[in-house]
Design a protein around this ligand. Structure first.
Ligand code: WT7
Length: 697
């Protein structure tokens, strides 16, 4: 085991370290209006009050039947939350707001082309449209509660409308990020057993029309190959009555939604009262093997958790205009564009396009135009907006009260720009650490109660009790300055239920590593392994270093190195492939590909292009590598394992360590010169007060 680990490299090991920063306090103006100002909340959510503390979140929802048991731990780690309770997620996000907020904006859609008008969907209109779509799903597609539907759509309002229509009927939606390839969508459709897929014809991105419909044909073909028949493909048109795609519709399979909807005008579909434990959706994410896993989220616990955290940590009030500049195709969008904000009757802004289009002032113009007062985005977006338009925010008259960062560690320098320039020193910042699996936030400051600290995610959120373990399962003391594996000691309502159709993988991936006793029914014996490296400083403000497994977080989006390697190996000329993470100034991390070729291949440039295009078609443009290095051989141990750690050290200009025991030590220097040039060995160093990941005392 030890040798196997030593061949691999994780993000945490190439983490960029920085010094502890001073606290920054929220303004009194922010505190004066915040949802959460009572310090007693910490006591209410203390370990003594676990799990009943989470009633406070569940009570933010309307239940058609109240639950009798808050947490059932009889079958660890398959926790059950709010057992006996019944509710409908769509009802909670739409119907229940009609009496008071029917004419208030629920969604504001901002198209990428700036000359196309912004349009607003009120709660009343959302209700009407969701009902009509639900009628299509039920009566035209014949879908029932518990069926799965794969939705491969860009950021247009029809995406949340379709999700809510599924939720209304207890149909399990599986949204695949629009930027993923047709192959990726087809694989997920097959795994989830979807007989209906939902698409859009096209969308605007970076000033161009993206023809999205071809992905549907690829996805259906791939699903078919995997044994899943897709009977119907519903295609939303970005412009009514006009098609952005050049691809023909397949008769008897493909249907334009606007045409089907003509038969369902003003149809009403009663929301189905669902068990709290009924699955609400699947969200596929990259894991340690090539195959992405379907994280299955429950209805009651999930909705309670995202509603509670949206209220307390995003500080959302119904009168706020909230803009999360992320994609609904990721968990951030599910929890904090759709379900959390709509459950609180907020106005949620949806932006179709690229943050920098047509220039780096675009987000700030949108903020001014719509009077956005809560803004949420990733460090990658902040870095890129800062690089291309450092002075742009000053030109626009908007005022944020609250800003969020999510998805990757944010370095203090970027944090300062976000705070000083974007937030104009008026907005509080929360740095929220969490994962697809966790449903909602795990660490963040309470915006009105805790001071901020640039570069640290902050304390655990209410009702979450972390612990850091070393590889051997010994607790790493908080304040020791040592990094380890961050785990969560207790269950919480937002945690996924299982991996779709794969309970074993769920247990293995998240609980086996630190489970104290597999027979135990006590949750205290079942810590959740997050696969992130972290340091716990004396003040309890955690610093997340990044993944400890072979997952790379590119621009806050998760990719498995094994998935990218498998794609490379499908290129006929490639003999061996290794993918490693490299630090990138804008995107945080990016994959770098190393390959050796089969004998007799001469045209390296063509092979490189082929590798890049294969990765793009099999996964998506998001996985495009920062570099492809064709090398004579990959460094290997004597037992033949590829030393990814050595390759990552070279690409990140870090120490390669002792390589003399390798099977082919000479190749290391050859590769180093090829990648770094002929100069002397250069090495980066971090500050001395933080030990690097895995470093011993
Ligand atoms: C991984 C999860 C959470 C929604 C978006 C990403 C990294 C997430 C932070 C943060 C440092 C962070 C972790 C985590 N991460 N937030 N605030 N600071 N790292 O969800 O695709 O499931 O990725 O993102 O490494 O494990 P995801």
């Amino acid at each position: 085991m030890a040798t196997e680990r030593a061949t691999e490299i994780s993000q945490a090991q190439i983490a960029v370290h920085w010094k502890e920063e001073e606290y920054v306090r929220p303004t009194t103006k922010f505190v004066g209006q915040a949802n959460l100002v009572d310090p007693a909340v910490t006591e209410r959510f203390s370990e003594d009050h676990f799990p009943e503390c989470f009633r406070e979140y569940a009570d933010l929802l309307n239940w058609s039947q109240y639950w009798h048991t808050t947490l059932d731990t009889s079958n660890p780690p398959f926790w059950k939350w709010f057992v006996g309770g019944k509710l409908n997620a769509c009802y909670n996000c739409v119907d229940r707001h009609l009496a008071k907020y029917g004419n208030k904006a629920a969604l504001i859609f901002v198209p990428e082309p700036e000359d196309e008008p912004v349009y607003t969907i009120t709660y009343q209109e959302l209700f009407t449209r969701v009902n009509e779509v639900a009628a299509v799903l039920r009566d035209f597609c014949g879908l029932n509660t518990g069926d799965r539907v794969t939705i491969h759509m860009p950021m247009i309002p029809e995406l949340p409308i379709t999700m809510l229509a599924c939720a209304r009927l207890g149909i399990v939606h599986s949204v695949v990020f629009g930027g993923f390839s047709g192959e990726a969508a087809g694989l997920r459709a097959a795994d989830s057993g979807s007989r209906v897929m939902i698409y859009a014809d096209g969308y605007y991105r970076n000033g161009k029309i993206v023809d999205h419909k071809p992905s549907a044909d690829i996805a259906v073909a791939l699903a078919e190959k995997e044994g899943q028949n897709v009977e119907k493909v519903l295609v939303w048109r970005r412009h009514y009555g006009q098609c952005l795609s050049t691809k023909p519709m397949v008769p008897g399979r493909d249907y334009f939604m606007d045409e089907v909807l003509k038969d369902f005008k003003r149809a009403k579909v009663d929301p189905i009262s669902m068990d709290a434990e009924a699955p609400l959706f699947l969200m596929y994410t990259s894991g340690t093997t090539g195959k992405p896993k379907g994280c299955q989220h429950r209805t009651g616990g999930y909705l309670a958790y995202v509603t509670g955290t949206s209220k307390y940590y995003q500080d959302i009030h119904p009168e706020d205009v909230y803009w999360c500049m992320a994609d609904i195709g990721w968990i951030t969008g599910h929890s904090y564009i759709v379900y959390g904000p709509l459950a609180l009757a907020a106005t949620s802004v949806l932006y179709e396009g690229a943050p920098n289009y047509p220039d780096a002032g675009r987000p700030w113009r949108i903020a001014e135009q719509l009077d956005v007062n809560i803004f949420h985005t990733s460090p990658t977006a902040i870095r890129s907006l800062r690089k291309t338009g450092p002075e742009e925010p000053k030109k626009y008259n908007y005022h944020f009260k609250h800003m969020t960062t999510v998805g990757e560690p944010i370095e203090p320098e970027t944090w300062r720009w976000y705070y000083d320039v974007v937030g104009k020193r008026e907005a509080v910042i929360v740095d929220t650490w969490w994962q697809t699996e966790t449903g909602g936030f795990l660490c963040s400051t309470k915006p009105a109660l805790d001071p901020m600290k640039p570069g640290s995610t902050g304390p655990p959120v209410l009702g979450i009790f972390p612990i850091i373990y070393d590889e051997e399962g010994k607790e790493v003391a908080t304040g020791s300055g040592k990094a380890g594996n961050i785990c969560i000691r207790n269950p919480w309502p937002g945690i996924m239920q299982t991996v779709w159709k794969d309970d074993d993988r769920f247990v293995k991936q998240y609980y086996a590593k630190y489970c104290k006793n597999r027979q135990s029914k006590d949750w205290r014996d079942w810590p959740y392994f997050a696969a992130d490296g972290a340091v716990g400083p004396p003040d309890g403000y955690y610093r997340i270093l990044g993944r400890v497994d072979d997952v790379i977080n590119v621009a806050g989006h998760r990719l498995g190195t094994k998935e990218i390697e498998s794609a490379c190996l499908t290129v006929p000329e490639v003999a061996e492939a290794a993918v490693i993470p490299v630090v990138d100034e804008i995107r945080g991390r990016m994959p770098v590909v190393y390959v050796s070729l089969k004998p007799g291949v001469s045209d390296g440039t063509r092979v490189k292009e082929e590798i890049v295009s294969t990765i793009e078609t099999m996964i998506g443009k998001i996985a495009r590598p920062k570099a492809v290095n064709i090398v004579p051989d990959l460094p290997k141990t004597r037992s033949g394992k590829i030393m990814r750690r050595v390759l990552a050290a070279i690409s990140n200009t870090m120490d390669t360590g002792d390589v003399t025991t390798l099977a082919n030590p000479d190749v290391v220097e050859l590769i180093r010169r090829q990648v770094q040039g002929e100069g002397p060995v250069v090495m980066k160093e971090g500050p001395e007060d933080v030990k690097r990941f895995g470093e011993s005392e």
